[in-house]
Design a binder for this molecule. Structure first.
Ligand SMILES: *[C@@H]1O[C@H](CO)[C@@H](O)[C@H](O)[C@H]1NC(C)=O
Ligand SMILES: *[C@@H]1O[C@H](CO)[C@@H](O)[C@H](O)[C@H]1NC(C)=O
Ligand SMILES: *[C@@H]1O[C@H](CO)[C@@H](O)[C@H](O)[C@H]1NC(C)=O
Ligand SMILES: *[C@@H]1O[C@H](CO)[C@@H](O)[C@H](O)[C@H]1NC(C)=O
Ligand SMILES: *[C@@H]1O[C@H](CO)[C@@H](O)[C@H](O)[C@H]1NC(C)=O
Length: 464
């Protein structure tokens, strides 16, 4: 008897040792909160080892890809929200405000060639901070203000946002004419803008945001970026023939986060309006997301299409997509509790897959493919982000309405002043060529001149 309990003690001690020496992810038990929190702590720690901006004079700046900062801080916000661990909050808060730039709309002078999707992700990070009640900074813009400024910039043609010159509406991928993606109107920019508008509508109950969310949705279905019969979400349409209004037909490239943006936007619209139309859209898109990316051949673990051929790092951003997607699913389970039962089993299977893939180098580094049953050697900041997002997302199992994102109706801080410094912002809106000149330098003067010429009066009015 004594011997046996001693043996039992040894097992226990070994178990505790294994926990304290960071082998958590290996042992993820999705039925155990502490186990998930431990896995999340490790994954988030490994993710933040990549971030070198804290304490520098440009906190939040990630030079390899500026928008990835937004995704990184989103992952931190999700981690804090899921666990209450505030370790990274201060550096996240500083970075999130600083990258707003002088105009507080996430077009800072130091970021070159910011696309609509890049800017949008920072707006989403800001509204997430507001929904999770991250305290506003003692001075400067509130989270709500930052998110609203992105919205105002993106709804305006002069801000390089909503554009009716081709395809009858929509956001172009890029704001700047000399960038390759300028002729393209893609899902993540438009789905992201839709989501941002829907979340602002839900958060503030202000009609203008809901009107815009409807408008973006109607346009997206009209060009079939989203097919409202089959719920397929394409990647993009572009200037050309085949579709409506000087637009091509949509392509057939499928990405998790494209589905995720429209899905999440629809869910917030349902939460905001209680209109069954939006619940139908939410269910339609969610079923399509599950069917397209949670494949039986991979045990139901979420995957993006680039994974089997190991081509996700062709564009280093791709490994981030599924992490964003699972984080939005977790938020949906909290704002529409009736969908939680549908969402959680999908998250569980993926989290278990991710735990097996996050076992690299004896430090639980995360690989890219969560369905392979093991670490695939693809250590990167982006894979670390998705690993962290997955562990935070599965915590939703244990969260109740007290952890749900808040709106101003439920304790969210509605303090905002999107028109503050309006001299500056109206100048910015009237004079896009100047802003872009600042960003891009003098090498593109010809294009600038043409843009200014088209800009007409606005351009002339700033000529001394
Ligand atoms: C971030 O930098 C600040 C100083 O600027 C420091 O106080 C803080 O501890 C740092 N945070 C982390 C998590 O390293
Ligand atoms: C975090 O704190 C809130 C408020 O105290 C609580 O309701 C919630 O359950 C906590 N979450 C976790 C995962 O412990
Ligand atoms: C809301 O944010 C504002 C601006 O930062 C701040 O002054 C105010 O105290 C906050 N209100 C609450 C209830 O936290
Ligand atoms: C589907 O989208 C088309 C194009 O925007 C629209 O005309 C139609 O009313 C939509 N159908 C439903 C059921 O919402
Ligand atoms: C939302 O709609 C459902 C049925 O469609 C109804 O039962 C419920 O009371 C509504 N809730 C609110 C807050 O209006």
């Amino acid at each position: 008897m004594i011997l046996r309990s001693a043996k039992h003690m040894t097992v226990l001690v070994l178990h505790i040792l294994s926990i304290t020496s960071h082998v958590y992810a290996l042992n993820l038990d999705v039925d155990n909160q502490e186990s998930i929190k431990d896995a999340g702590k490790t994954a988030t720690y490994n993710m933040m080892k990549w971030y070198k901006g804290n304490g520098t004079d440009n906190p939040g700046f990630i030079s390899r890809s500026w928008w990835e900062g937004a995704a990184l801080f989103l992952a931190c916000l999700n981690y804090w929200h899921a666990t209450n661990d505030t370790t990274y909050n201060e550096e996240v808060s500083v970075a999130l405000q600083h990258q707003g730039g002088a105009d507080g709309n996430y077009l800072p002078s130091w970021a070159m060639g910011v696309g609509n999707d890049d800017q949008m992700f920072w707006g989403l990070a800001a509204i997430t901070a507001a929904e999770y009640k991250l305290p506003n900074r003692p001075s400067g813009d509130t989270w709500l203000t930052l998110a609203e400024r992105v919205f105002y910039n993106q709804k305006s043609a002069q801000g390089g946002g909503w554009d009716t010159t081709i395809c009858g509406g929509g956001l172009r991928w890029q704001k700047d004419v000399w960038q390759g993606g300028y002729t393209m109107k893609n899902s993540v920019s438009n789905g992201g803008f839709f989501m941002l508008a829907a979340r602002l509508a839900w958060f503030t109950q202000d009609k203008e945001y809901a009107t815009w969310a409807e408008k973006v949705w109607d346009w997206s279905t009209s060009v079939k970026l989203v097919n409202n019969q089959t719920w397929e979400v394409a990647d993009s349409v572009r200037e050309g023939k085949g579709g409506p209004d000087g637009c091509t037909l949509p392509d057939h490239t499928r990405w998790t986060y494209n589905y995720g943006t429209f899905l999440s936007g629809a869910a917030y619209m349902y939460a905001h309006t209680n209109d069954s139309k939006w619940l139908d859209v939410t269910n339609g898109l969610m079923d399509a997301l599950f069917e397209t990316f949670f494949l039986p051949k991979y045990g139901g673990v979420i995957s993006d299409r680039c994974e089997p051929s190991a081509q996700c790092d062709e564009d280093a951003n791709r490994p981030i997509f599924k992490g964003l997607t699972v984080s939005w699913l977790a938020d949906i389970a909290l704002i529409i509790p009736s969908l939680k039962e549908k969402i959680v089993p999908k998250l569980e299977v993926s989290a278990e897959g991710a735990a097996k893939a996050c076992t690299g180098n004896g430090e639980n580094l995360c690989g890219n493919r969560w369905w392979g049953g093991k670490y695939d050697g693809q250590n990167s900041m982006e894979n670390a982000m998705s690993g962290s997002q997955m562990m935070s997302a599965i915590m939703v199992k244990f969260l109740d309405s007290s952890s749900a994102p808040v709106s101003t109706a439920t304790g969210g801080n509605g303090s905002s002043d999107p028109n503050a410094g309006s001299e500056e912002s109206s100048e910015r809106e009237e004079l896009p060529p100047i802003t872009t000149a600042d960003k891009a330098g003098a090498g593109i003067l010809t294009v600038l001149f043409v843009a200014g010429f088209i800009g007409g009066a606005a351009f002339l009015s700033i000529s001394p």
